[in-house]
Design a protein around this ligand. Structure first.
Ligand code: SF4
Length: 572
């Protein structure tokens, strides 16, 4: 074992209590599992920070920045929701007039609860066997899979039985509830084609084939801003659960616990190296690893109706950028009960209705778009700079929908909408870079997310909100002009071959001149000279600054005026 390995492991075993972060100290003072019995007697008007942390382990969220608002997060094994449970949830959300937000981990958040009714709503959900435990905090979060797991034409191994084993092992387990060094996100996909990329997971079990046997290749250490790495391990399906148990044990024992900014699995792998981690894992797993097989992943086209293995159809009910009203949920639950259908929640924040006889359904959604993954935004999350759900309207929605472009729209750099794993990634920030202080977006392009080959590059730093629609339209026009079938292919074959400086100059110059010119050469200098002769290729940074000014030249709106007077932070 290398010196580095010792260093990381020793940090976790030393007795110096003072070195641990606040959360680790709490874990050592009281096991979250033991705290659970105190919840019924809590005064929710007078919560201490320690209460807030412990409550997260049971799915109750409250933040000192907005201590009157409470939220519940529900987890559903493999995104599958029992029909009767859905009806109960619809009734509860109606009764308390709650906002429903679907999560990118195929779960649900119920917003709008207050100190006086949080416990009552919580008890009602518990009585309906809805699981809220370990949906926040330092836990194994809801385990995700392909939406067509077990039923899709491209499904080879049904992951749900494995997920159920993992779920049973981890849920309400006193040794693990809230005690991991940090959260663990797990994705397991047994389908050849999937609409979801799982490379942002801490642990990804990807369908693979080795010696004519189907199983899973293992990828480790992904997060919203990193890709999981190939661990060169192949597991047959009966081996996955044993691997999972060994993994949890090793992460729990050796994961970094000092700095909360550096305690995801990614950081442990960075600290001790993947191979050292695997050496420790192998001892716990108690057998040799088999080297990887061929990973089987293909990109799926987004369709509203999909024919399934058994000849029935699924329908994708579009949420309103992850939001559903209680009335919608009630309509869905009534419909599936009356027609004896199944419901699943997707990691794309949509609702899937399964088992239709044909491509017909009486349910109507009122949002055409289904390729935008939006984070909670300022309405529901104290870290957000933008009200994402509303400001999604500033995107060229028709073009995004027509071209089925995957958008990840995060409200801060934590990146819950996985903007670096999307065709076009957006982060809503605020800046006064070249003018009035206003809402600006960072734009990320070029992710090769289907096969986990590359994260998106941060291309544009500060595009003001009022210029965003036109700016993104220019980028999408360029894709439409190309001959590529998907935006991801276009990114790989076109966008990723240019420097970031060039892409800035190119699109800013197009924005300014309104010239209809396209990327038809890979000689950057020639493209600039031929199309925008007055721009100096030799001084791109200066050109970018000069061209960017046009985006900011506008009259200050009332809303921005208010914003400028109440500004919090700069992000450039
Ligand atoms: S990305 Fe940021 S703002 Fe959005 S939900 Fe996550 S933490 Fe909140």
């Amino acid at each position: 074992m290398s010196h580095n390995t010792h260093t990381a492991v020793e940090l976790n075993t030393k007795e110096d209590f003072e070195n641990y972060n606040f959360r680790e100290k709490l874990k050592r003072a009281q096991r979250p599992y033991d705290y659970y019995k105190e919840i019924k007697d809590l005064d929710f008007e007078q919560l201490a920070d320690s209460d807030r942390f412990f409550l997260q382990d049971f799915g109750i969220y409250n933040n000192s920045l907005d201590d009157e608002a409470f939220m519940l997060r529900l987890r559903f094994n493999a995104g599958r929701v029992e029909k009767e449970q859905l009806k109960e949830i619809a009734q509860i959300t109606k009764e308390y007039a709650l906002d429903i937000v679907l999560t990118a981990r195929a779960g649900m958040q119920l917003h709008g609860l207050e100190a006086h009714n949080i416990l009552e709503a919580y008890e009602k959900l518990k009585a309906s066997n809805v699981v809220t435990w370990q949906s926040f905090g330092d836990n194994v979060r809801n385990i995700t899979t392909d939406i067509f797991d077990g039923i899709g034409k491209q499904n080879i191994i049904e992951a749900r039985p494995i997920i159920q084993q993992m779920h049973k092992f981890i849920l309400k387990n006193p040794d693990y509830v809230g005690l991991l060094p940090r959260r663990i996100s797990i994705g397991i996909c047994g389908s050849k084609k999937s609409g979801t990329s799982f490379f942002a997971s801490d642990v990804y079990f990807a369908l693979a084939e080795k010696d004519n046997t189907y199983g899973f290749n293992v990828y480790l250490g992904g997060k919203n801003t990193e890709l999981a790495q190939d661990a060169n391990i192949f597991l047959e399906k009966h081996e996955v659960f044993g691997f999972f148990k060994a993994f949890i044990e090793v992460f729990n024992k050796h994961g970094l616990r000092l700095d909360r900014e550096r305690n995801r699995l990614f950081h442990l792998l960075e600290e001790i190296g993947l191979q050292n981690f695997l050496d420790i894992l192998k001892i716990q797993y108690k057998k040799e690893f088999t080297s990887k097989g061929e990973t089987l992943i293909e990109k799926i086209e987004f369709e509203d109706f999909n024919e399934l293995k058994d000849g029935t159809y699924s329908f994708c009910y579009h949420s309103k950028f992850a939001r559903l009203t209680p009335k919608e949920l009630e309509n869905i639950s009534n419909y599936v009960i009356e027609n004896n259908l199944e419901v699943r929640l997707g990691t794309d924040q949509q609702v899937y209705i399964i088992g239709l006889k044909d491509k017909n359904i009486a349910l109507k959604h009122d949002n055409e778009n289904r390729t935008i993954v939006a984070c909670a935004g300022s309405e529901y999350c104290p870290y957000a700079y933008w009200s994402i759900k509303d400001e999604v309207q500033f995107l060229p929605l028709d073009k995004i929908q027509k071209n089925k472009i995957l958008i990840g729209f995060s409200g801060c750099l934590r990146g819950c909408a996985k903007h670096e794993h999307s065709d076009i990634g957006l982060v809503g920030l605020k800046s006064n870079y070249l003018g009035n202080r206003e809402k600006t977006a960072r734009v990320y392009l070029g992710a090769q997310y289907t096969h986990g080959k590359a994260l998106a590059r941060r291309v544009f730093n500060t595009i003001p909100l009022h210029s965003l629609k036109e700016f993104l339209t220019l980028i999408i026009n360029e894709y439409e002009y190309s001959s590529y079938n998907t935006f991801e292919e276009f990114s790989n074959s076109v966008l990723n071959r240019y420097s970031i400086e060039f892409l800035n100059v190119w699109f800013l110059a197009k924005f300014k001149t309104k010239k209809e010119v396209y990327l038809n050469d890979f000689d950057e200098e020639k493209l600039i000279e031929d199309n925008f002769g007055d721009i100096k290729y030799s001084n791109m940074q200066e050109s970018i600054k000069e061209l960017s000014k046009q985006l900011w030249a506008y009259k200050q709106s009332e809303e921005d005026k208010k914003l400028n007077e109440t500004f919090i932070m700069d992000h450039i």
